[in-house]
Design a protein around this ligand. Structure first.
Ligand SMILES: [Zn+2]
Length: 98
Protein backbone atom coordinates (compact mmCIF):
# COMPACT_ATOMS: atom_id res chain seq x y z
CA UNK A 1 0.00 0.00 0.00
CA UNK A 2 1.24 3.49 -0.84
CA UNK A 3 0.77 6.64 1.16
CA UNK A 4 0.13 9.90 -0.66
CA UNK A 5 2.10 12.88 0.60
CA UNK A 6 1.39 16.43 -0.48
CA UNK A 7 4.34 18.81 -0.58
CA UNK A 8 3.66 21.72 1.75
CA UNK A 9 5.63 24.08 -0.56
CA UNK A 10 4.58 23.26 -4.15
CA UNK A 11 1.52 21.07 -3.34
CA UNK A 12 2.78 18.26 -5.60
CA UNK A 13 1.44 14.92 -4.51
CA UNK A 14 3.68 11.89 -4.47
CA UNK A 15 3.44 8.35 -3.21
CA UNK A 16 5.81 6.60 -0.82
CA UNK A 17 5.57 3.06 0.41
CA UNK A 18 4.04 2.45 3.79
CA UNK A 19 7.29 1.40 5.50
CA UNK A 20 8.96 4.65 4.48
CA UNK A 21 5.92 6.62 5.62
CA UNK A 22 5.81 4.88 9.00
CA UNK A 23 9.58 5.26 9.52
CA UNK A 24 9.58 8.99 8.76
CA UNK A 25 6.55 9.43 10.94
CA UNK A 26 8.34 7.71 13.80
CA UNK A 27 11.76 9.35 13.50
CA UNK A 28 10.60 12.73 12.15
CA UNK A 29 13.54 12.67 9.67
CA UNK A 30 13.38 14.86 6.58
CA UNK A 31 12.88 13.77 2.99
CA UNK A 32 12.26 15.55 -0.29
CA UNK A 33 9.37 16.01 -2.67
CA UNK A 34 10.12 15.15 -6.36
CA UNK A 35 10.80 18.83 -7.02
CA UNK A 36 13.27 18.97 -4.14
CA UNK A 37 11.47 20.69 -1.29
CA UNK A 38 12.37 19.43 2.13
CA UNK A 39 9.56 17.60 3.88
CA UNK A 40 9.16 16.25 7.32
CA UNK A 41 6.33 15.33 9.57
CA UNK A 42 6.08 18.14 12.07
CA UNK A 43 5.45 17.41 15.73
CA UNK A 44 1.89 18.54 15.13
CA UNK A 45 1.51 16.09 12.28
CA UNK A 46 2.98 13.29 14.36
CA UNK A 47 0.68 14.21 17.26
CA UNK A 48 -2.28 14.38 14.93
CA UNK A 49 -1.51 10.97 13.49
CA UNK A 50 -1.00 9.55 16.98
CA UNK A 51 -4.35 10.97 18.02
CA UNK A 52 -5.98 9.59 14.92
CA UNK A 53 -4.40 6.23 15.63
CA UNK A 54 -5.68 6.25 19.19
CA UNK A 55 -9.14 7.24 18.01
CA UNK A 56 -9.19 4.44 15.46
CA UNK A 57 -8.01 1.93 18.07
CA UNK A 58 -10.72 3.03 20.49
CA UNK A 59 -13.29 2.92 17.73
CA UNK A 60 -12.15 -0.59 16.78
CA UNK A 61 -12.50 -1.77 20.39
CA UNK A 62 -15.90 -0.14 20.57
CA UNK A 63 -17.01 -1.90 17.39
CA UNK A 64 -15.63 -5.22 18.59
CA UNK A 65 -17.55 -4.85 21.83
CA UNK A 66 -20.64 -3.90 19.90
CA UNK A 67 -20.28 -6.87 17.58
CA UNK A 68 -19.81 -9.20 20.57
CA UNK A 69 -22.93 -7.77 22.14
CA UNK A 70 -24.85 -8.23 18.89
CA UNK A 71 -23.68 -11.83 18.67
CA UNK A 72 -24.86 -12.31 22.22
CA UNK A 73 -28.25 -10.81 21.37
CA UNK A 74 -28.48 -12.91 18.21
CA UNK A 75 -27.68 -16.04 20.20
CA UNK A 76 -30.41 -15.07 22.66
CA UNK A 77 -32.91 -14.76 19.83
CA UNK A 78 -31.75 -18.05 18.37
CA UNK A 79 -32.35 -19.70 21.75
CA UNK A 80 -35.81 -18.16 21.99
CA UNK A 81 -36.62 -19.16 18.46
CA UNK A 82 -35.59 -22.74 19.19
CA UNK A 83 -37.79 -22.71 22.29
CA UNK A 84 -40.76 -21.33 20.36
CA UNK A 85 -40.22 -23.88 17.59
CA UNK A 86 -40.14 -26.64 20.19
CA UNK A 87 -43.33 -25.31 21.76
CA UNK A 88 -45.04 -25.12 18.37
CA UNK A 89 -43.90 -28.62 17.56
CA UNK A 90 -45.22 -29.82 20.89
CA UNK A 91 -48.56 -28.09 20.26
CA UNK A 92 -48.66 -29.62 16.82
CA UNK A 93 -48.21 -33.05 18.37
CA UNK A 94 -50.95 -32.35 20.89
CA UNK A 95 -53.32 -31.27 18.11
CA UNK A 96 -52.44 -34.25 15.99
CA UNK A 97 -52.86 -36.74 18.81
CA UNK A 98 -56.14 -35.26 20.15
ZN1 LIG B 1 7.65 20.52 -3.42
Amino acid sequence: MMEIIKCCVCTIEFAVNEDFFQMRKRDGEGFFCPVGHKQHFSENEIDRLKQENRYLRDRKEELELHSQMMKHVANGYKGQLAKVKKQLAAQGEVEVSS
